[in-house]
Ligand binder design. Sequence first.
Ligand code: IFM
Length: 481
Amino acid sequence: MEHKQLKPFPKDFLWGGSTSAFQVEGAYDQDGKGPTIMDDQVSAKGSTDFKVAIDHYHRYKEDIALFAEMGFKTYRFSISWSRIFPNGNDKEPNEKGLQHYDDVINECLKYNIEPLVTIFHFEMPSALIEQYGGWASRKSIEDFDRYSRTLFERYGDRVQYWLTNNEGNTRIVFGGHMLGGEIKDDKQRFQMGHHMTLAQAKAMISCHELLPEAKISSAPSITIIYPASPDPIDVVAARDYDLLRSGLTLDPLYKGYYPKALWAFLEERDIAPTLEEGDLELFKNAKPDFLAFNYYGGHTMRYFPEGEELYSVPAEVAEKYNVSKSFMKKIAREKQVGIAQEVVNPHINQGEFRVIDPIGLRATLRDLYEKYNVPLIITENGCAAEEELTEDGKIHDNYRIEYLREHIKECQIAISEGVELMGYCPWSAIDVVSVGEGIKKRYGLIYVDRNDKDLKELKRYRKDSFYWYKKVININGENLE
Ligand code: IFM
């Protein structure tokens, strides 16, 4: 659509930034914290683990002061389940863990920064995997609810916005260790996903019961799905993949039922989750208040019937379209036999570490708003790079400024097209340790001086993007240059 004039960002727009506990906190075994599946994860490629990360656990005051200096209206961070319940379901919560997040929340409020709290960001307590296989068991639903209720009771007087589960939707599609429990087969994978979604529904119901004024959402990773070609079979495949990647998690929570066509596919193959009495009732009563989502660029899908070879990017295509190694890995991950598989899209930049597709953000915003009709907030969006300080202690990250500018522009267009967008939180507020790639894959607006082998002094430096974002927030996005 062409526009003559764009609408301004709403006055109370929540400009902010995001992190997650295990990627920033460090202090992995301090003050009673129990181990989680992320503590067990050590990269095979010699990049760092999460034991120290950027030491946010001890330096949160300095970090939040920097966020305040940028003018953040909100800070999205996660709470680590095993700091509160070291074994996931201990009789009593760990007071030291609770106190830590009291301190973080109070520090945000000191600067009028609205805390946006993620209850679960990949960190299944290891003890729950040992006890009953994590999300594989329905017991996880009760334990997650008890953990969530503990947070609502403790922090509800100060936290208005809650997010249940970060990227649960893609964990179901990708499977693997990070789904949080052992996966025997596809049936198990979808069953675990069902439990995870039920746990979100229950926590939403508890939130409304305990905190009638608070607002709660899921936090999936969502993007528009493009068909690989105008061939109708690819067009349907793209829609089907959207049902799998987004509808499978969001429809039960936001509409109260599973997507019908996908359910038929799962049942036909005997991989549909087993539903128990009351499950659909829980979904109907979840009634989330808004929809937070992470956006990192569109996916382009071709029809992928059973028996067909998995697509791998031909060398000449990789060269012609500058397809990065990390994108090749993604191609191998984004698939469902019998539905669709990702292919290279010549119209989208698939460079190292990130796909760059700002128009896809507008399409995603519009699509989500039409489907679910609730206010939206972007809880992750950003670009990674390997970065090194200049001799005078600077990071000239023009590529990040450019990336953010183009995406924020599309947010404004979407707002002008009627989308109710509450806020924008780039990933990441400060450099974090990336899953799999360690600290060399940097997303932050603030540089943290350490590398994968040497912790150095973990000193913080403002990147060029810090100053640019500060200016954007200060004038409420009126000028993005
Ligand atoms: O680092 C992750 C984050 O934990 C979840 N969303 C994607 C980010 C970048 O890969």
